[in-house]
Write a protein that binds this ligand. Sequence first.
Ligand code: G3P
Ligand code: CA
Length: 273
Amino acid sequence: MSYTPKKKGGAMKIIKVAILGGVLFLSCISLHSVTIIGHRGASGYEPENTLSSFARAIECGADMVEFDVWKCLSGEIVVFHDMRVDRLTDGTGCVELKTLDELKELVVLGSETIPTLIEVLDFIDRRVKVYIELKGLNVAEAVVQTIEHYVTKKQWQYDDFLVASFDHTQLQEVKMRNNSIAVAAIVCGIPVKLGSFASDVNANIAVLDAECITQRFVDDIHSRGILVYVYTVNNADDAARLVACGIDGIVTDYPDYIRISFSSKSDLFLSSS
Ligand code: G3P
Ligand code: CA
């Protein structure tokens, strides 16, 4: 007499397990499809935007390495974050007002030198994709020319490069000069027209501030066929919350920590993954 209810309970249990398995499997796919971008290399461990930081990001398993570029007074493109050298070096003054020779004399955080874009690309040597953030003005043309040189002469592919900026006019210029180069429009805050800032410049990716994420914002950008990356995320719980919103990439100072946090969650969810 008690057999029938038991059988129903067993069936329900199987259905519940199947549904849970499906959800967890989809979660697992979602977690594994998130691109991990090393912010200024692995700047949580090494001086930001230096060859040491890029080496560490690659060791940490980053899919992509982010760095910032300026055009210096003698015309070369250099890799550095701030407008002024004061915070990070033993010198003072603006990056754009110094020649490469002057910048090369500076010591970054006690031990490193400021690399050029060419030095960084040669060092990375296609081991990971590169995310070049344009800082300052009038840097787009030289960066496009450098990318074209690496694609035509050094066996890199356009797919190895992403050009990003808060300056969306320079992203328009990149697209106008070479539509094969993927661009990412960075924004701080939530615009009234949500993702239109990204579609306005034909961006492939929108890069959002981690403190300004809503499901509606993410969904609006996705509805435009544009991926969503988020900066700068150094906490595993924050990363999990953002992944649950469906974001596609995380910019982090600690690429290994974020990757491990995903792996451990995946292991918990689905041991065969
Ligand atoms: O590209 C995302 C992030 O790097 C933008 O902020 O100040 O680190 O260049 P910032
Ligand atoms: Ca940056």
